[in-house]
Design a protein around this ligand. Structure first.
Ligand SMILES: [Ca+2]
Ligand SMILES: [Ca+2]
Length: 223
């Protein structure tokens, strides 16, 4: 056995371990719903790793990024998918010829623990519109439920969070429905003025503010 053979065996082993555990930034899709979209590329790659790499490299300035790949171990076929209004492709895990992988966070989102975060900095929006914008991206405004999350989000971003006391003055809630038991208010806040009903964060600290004001905001969705 020469050195090349040993290298090939090693590479095969690494590929095997990766295929069991998922790739950096990608995970094996095991969901029951079909993944729909339009075929971005239909090619052949040496490995599924290379196939996910192609997906990762596709980052258009406008339009949607590659959101899934599927790979055939028997034919080495690699297909990349983008979201589309008129879906030409419907991928399902029942199709045993293919293994489907998807990015663990969409391109542009930052992963921390089990969440992906996106800061909308290029345009500020009023709180309700900001939450709606996050919903169109499959998430909500960020709900911060413990100190570790507050540290992470606060060290990267500023803007609207998904908390409000819009329903009952002084009774704060997350739009996600998660329990409101962690807070990081500025001293003296919330002021609980009746028109200060929405939660905004600046550098780890929170305050209540007028929902109608346009500010940057932070979206969150599960990995
Ligand atoms: Ca959260
Ligand atoms: Ca209030």
């Amino acid at each position: 056995m020469n050195i090349l053979d040993i290298c090939l065996i090693l590479m095969e082993f690494v590929a095997f371990v990766y295929s069991k555990n998922g790739f950096k930034n990608f995970r094996r899709y095991n969901g029951t719903e079909t993944i729909k979209g339009e075929l971005l590329q239909n090619t052949s790659t040496k490995s599924v790793l290379h196939c996910t790499w192609l997906c990762n490299e596709y980052k258009p300035v406008e339009g949607d990024a590659c959101n899934a790949v599927r790979y055939s171990e028997t034919t080495n076929a690699c297909q990349l998918l983008v979201p589309a209004n008129t879906s030409t492709q419907q991928w399902s895990t029942n199709d045993s010829q293919w293994s489907i992988y998807e990015p663990s966070c969409p391109i542009g989102w930052v992963k921390n623990r089990n969440s992906c975060y996106l800061e909308a900095v290029d345009h500020g929006l009023p709180w309700r519109e900001a939450n709606h914008y996050c919903e169109t991206k499959g998430g909500t405004l960020t709900a911060i439920t413990d100190d570790a999350e507050n540290e992470f989000v606060g060290s990267l971003y500023s803007g609207w969070l998904g908390g409000s006391d819009l329903e009952v003055e002084g009774e704060w809630k997350w739009t996600t429905g998660e329990v409101w038991n962690f807070t990081s208010w500025y001293p003296g806040f919330p002021q609980n003025y009746t028109d200060n009903d929405c939660l905004i964060m600046f550098g780890h600290l929170w305050r209540d503010f007028r929902c109608s004001r346009a500010y940057p905001f932070i979206c969150e969705k599960g990995v």
